[in-house]
Design a protein around this ligand. Structure first.
Ligand SMILES: C[S@@+](CC[C@H](N)C(=O)[O-])C[C@H]1O[C@@H](n2cnc3c(N)ncnc32)[C@H](O)[C@@H]1O
Length: 214
């Protein structure tokens, strides 16, 4: 992904603690992603290009929701633009890093971090001016996310496509977009602004930006 470096420069990231919801203690997605984040390189906190694109467009007043936020800088970018942000992830390690960085940038007052399994977490209906999700796909979560966008607001989503399974055959099919998804799954009240496949073909990722008009 095309990630810009953090203009504030690198920071030192000691292991940070985010409260663990007891019901997620043994949750496989929490354990897997905590291990990845703990073993990986320090985060760049660069915003996803889709977040940059969406936040540059006209948006109604209201908060931003980022699903499966990980340690991306998209939530930080939205908060820096003055938006209240709710950022949801099952990895308390990722949320802890994000909390630390938000505090360093004095944006913590604008960001609410939610430790949750997106499989069961319910957003506020029509509550958000922008709903963003990058690097995650679940068709049920997508359907729920469409209901969280307020009139005039945007839905931005990027996920792996079926083509990603050629190189990574162990990837479950339900984690990957089928042809024409996710645009073809939108309720009729949405207008598709763009659906693109960044990178060389066959594209392993697809990126949607849509506006809720109904
Ligand atoms: C590929 S990373 C993407 C992170 C970030 N959105 C980005 O673009 O860099 C996938 C994220 O989804 C989160 N995740 C995986 N399964 C989840 C679940 N069931 N509920 C909530 N978050 C989940 C992981 O913890 C991880 O942070």
């Amino acid at each position: 992904m095309n990630r810009m470096p953090d203009p504030a420069g690198p920071a030192s990231y000691p292991p940070s603690m985010h409260p663990i919801r007891p019901e997620l203690a043994g949750f496989p997605d929490r354990l897997k992603w905590n291990a990845r984040y703990s073993a990986g390189p320090p985060p760049s906190f660069a915003a996803h290009p889709l977040a940059e694109q969406a936040l540059a467009l006209a948006l109604p007043d209201g908060p931003v929701l980022e699903l499966a936020c990980g340690r991306s800088g998209s939530a930080l970018l939205a908060a820096a633009a003055g938006r209240a942000v709710t950022a949801v992830d099952s990895s308390d390690v990722a949320l802890g890093s994000l909390a630390l960085e938000a505090r360093r940038r004095r944006l913590d007052g604008l960001i609410t971090l939610v430790h949750a399994d997106l499989g069961s977490w319910q957003p506020t209906a029509a509550g958000f001016s922008l709903v963003l999700c990058t690097g995650y796909w679940d068709v049920t979560v997508f359907a729920r996310a469409t209901t969280a966008v307020r009139h005039g607001g945007l839905l931005g989503w990027e996920a792996l496509t079926d083509a990603a399974r050629r190189d990574r055959p162990h990837l479950p099919a339900q984690w990957c977009l089928r042809p024409a998804e996710p645009a073809c799954l939108l309720p009729a009240c949405f207008d598709v602004l763009s659906q693109q496949e960044p990178g060389p073909q066959p594209a392993t990722r697809r990126r949607l930006l849509a506006r809720c008009g109904g």
